[in-house]
Design a protein around this ligand. Structure first.
Ligand code: NCD
Ligand code: ZN
Ligand code: ZN
Length: 354
């Protein structure tokens, strides 16, 4: 038996408010605990999106009633909230900027809108960006112009990690996360993910891209699931929404890679705990840990998961390493396949909006 700190997932979609048939704060945080995560940072592309005081208040109210693990809620950067958002900064996980097309209505196209947000959002509070390819290069420039850090969500391609590496070597304030599906899957896996199942943003990339992520592990600050649940019916529909569930498969996949010698336990701890805690300025959770059996061999099956999405791109995959028990603030919140943490036990890690 091995003990890990309570893991932090800086990128999840809880779907509440607005799409609780996909997930809600209760089912999503069940999935988190089952996956060894005791902190989730929730994305703002809900319905309605979280962009102002009433919508942030509403999302946090739902979370406080239903979350089983600790959390913070991102605020979305919209076309009209650059001046009002900073007052909510302390109460949010950070500002999320959608700079490329993805799921949900929050997208900023005009770069002068990006500038307004960079000019106003407090430099001490995180900005995370969905920025692929050249948008990523542009947002790193923007962060430089305003002399503040930026965190790049779900890096997936060789050209991106190579640029991040160069930026870091120059001392630029950029951090990044990579999602397990980009570390463990590539376009060749799409054959096994027919129709809309394989849809995700960023797209699954080429084998060369996947390899470049592994070769540049040293420049990857965080592993983030980008847990983006949609139902099987939605994924099977003519206009399938992009996104994979990930909370319950991330740690087993990483432990399997550790078992195979592709990375060390300390690489998992730094990317799933130490670095996200520093980048997002999260408090320590006292008396909190995860017990794993690093040798347990089992196969991933969606039928055994807690997420409402009821499917996984890793169906049938054999893994080594299993979460046995999760302790959150002295309480057993997960044990042997059962979530014991109750809705409402989770705490907001930021001060409340009054
Ligand atoms: C995410 C979602 O469904 O909310 N989808 C995805 O493919 N990653 C949106 C996002 O993270 O870009
Ligand atoms: Zn995204
Ligand atoms: Zn996402």
């Amino acid at each position: 038996m091995l003990r890990l700190p309570g893991l932090i997932d800086p990128h999840v979609h809880m779907r509440e408010p607005g799409a609780v048939h996909k997930e809600d704060w209760s089912s999503g945080t069940q999935a988190a605990l089952a996956g060894g995560f005791t902190v989730v940072l929730a994305m703002p592309n809900t319905q309605p999106p979280v962009i102002d005081t009433p919508t942030l208040h509403h999302a946090l109210e739902l979370a406080s009633q239903k979350a089983r693990c600790d959390y913070a809620q991102y605020l979305g950067a919209g076309p009209d909230n650059a001046l009002s958002a900073p007052a909510l900064a302390a109460h949010s996980a950070g500002l999320k900027m959608y700079l490329d097309q993805t799921y949900g209505p929050l997208r900023l196209d005009d770069m002068t809108l990006w500038m307004e947000h960079f000019a106003n959002w407090p430099a001490k509070m995180p900005i995370a960006a969905h920025a692929e390819g050249r948008s990523m290069a542009a947002v790193i420039l923007m962060a430089q112009l305003f002399d503040r850090p930026v965190h790049i969500a779900h890096v997936s391609r060789r050209e991106e990690i190579v640029l991040i590496r160069a930026a870091k070597e120059k001392g630029l304030k950029v951090s990044c996360e990579v999602s397990p599906h980009h570390l463990f899957l590539n376009k060749n896996d799409l054959a096994a993910l027919p129709g809309g199942l394989g849809e995700v943003r960023p797209h699954l990339a080429m084998l060369e891209d996947q390899q470049a992520l592994w070769e540049n592990l040293a420049y990857i600050d965080c592993f983030a699931t980008d847990h983006a649940p949609h139902t099987l019916a939605e994924k099977d529909s003519p206009n399938p929404p992009p996104g994979f569930p990930g909370l319950e498969t991330a740690l087993p996949l990483l432990l399997t890679a550790a078992h195979a010698g592709r990375l060390g336990m300390e690489d998992i701890i730094s990317r799933c705990y130490t670095n996200p805690r520093r980048i997002f300025d999260l408090p320590e959770q006292p008396e909190t840990w995860v017990e794993i059996d690093p040798d347990a061999a089992w196969d991933i099956h969606a039928s055994k998961t807690f997420t409402r999405s009821a499917w996984t791109p890793f169906e049938g995959q054999p893994v080594r390493g299993r979460v046995i028990r999760v302790i959150l603030r002295e309480q057993i919140v997960y044990q042997d396949g059962q979530v014991l943490g109750q809705p409402g036990y989770g705490q907001n890690l930021r001060p409340p909006v009054l």
